[in-house]
Design a protein. Structure first.
Length: 108
């Protein structure tokens, strides 16, 4: 069975996930990343992944005023989600659907 991150492995799929993340307000992007970390399937590991929110907070604050920081925050969240899928087994298809529902619910 191929990993789920390969199921969402077309340029259009990757672009759509990035754009959906980018439509979220900065704090919601960070919160979505925290949610994604909690969706990792249980393993024998002592720790589950956890984003360094304290590092992202400054970028999230700046993202409200600066397009470059806004793009940087989206890129960071996007790459962290891909890393969760590749390393920790996060189901990227379910994550993409949850992201789509969130964006629709917030109507952003």
């Amino acid at each position: 069975m191929k990993p789920t991150y390969l199921s969402v492995d077309t340029v259009d799929d990757r672009r759509e996930v990035w754009h959906l993340l980018h439509r979220l307000p900065p704090d919601h992007r960070v919160a979505f990343l925290q949610w994604a970390c909690k969706q990792v399937p249980p393993t024998n590991a002592n720790r589950l992944p956890e984003p360094a929110v304290w590092k992202m907070r400054a970028t999230a604050d700046l993202a409200r005023r600066c397009d470059r920081a806004d793009n940087a925050l989206t890129n960071e969240c996007y790459s962290d989600i891909l890393q969760l899928a590749a390393t920790w087994g996060l189901d990227l298809v379910k994550t993409a659907h949850a992201l789509e529902r969130l964006v629709r619910a917030l109507r952003v």
